[in-house]
Design a protein around this ligand. Structure first.
Ligand SMILES: [Zn+2]
Length: 83
C-alpha cells in the first residue's frame, strides 16, 4: 500500500473565480450561501451587483449564475396574494 495523495483540483481559483482573492475563500456560486460572497462591483443605478464568485445579484433578489443558471427572486414580499 503506497501513499495516496488527495489533492483537490476541482477549483482553479479560490471561490471558483479569479475574482475572489479572499481568505478563506467565499462560497462558490453552487453553494446555498452563495450570497455571502463579497460584492466586487455594485451598480445600484442599474439594480445589480456582482459577487466575487461570479454571481450577479439583482435588486429583486433574483440571481444570475456564471454557469448560465438563473435563480428566481425569492423575497417573501414576492409571494402572490390572492385577489
Ligand atoms: Zn471572495
Amino acid at each position: 500500500m503506497g501513499h495516496i495523495h488527495f489533492k483537490q483540483h476541482s477549483r482553479n481559483y479560490p471561490g471558483g473565480t479569479p475574482m475572489c482573492p479572499h481568505e478563506p475563500e467565499c462560497p462558490s456560486f453552487g453553494d446555498l450561501d452563495r450570497e455571502a460572497a463579497r460584492v466586487v462591483a455594485s451598480h445600484p443605478e442599474q439594480g445589480w451587483s456582482l459577487l466575487c464568485n461570479g454571481v450577479v445579484v439583482f435588486d429583486d433578489t433574483g440571481e444570475l449564475l456564471p454557469n448560465g443558471g438563473v435563480i428566481a427572486p425569492h423575497r417573501p414580499t414576492d409571494i402572490p396574494v390572492a385577489a
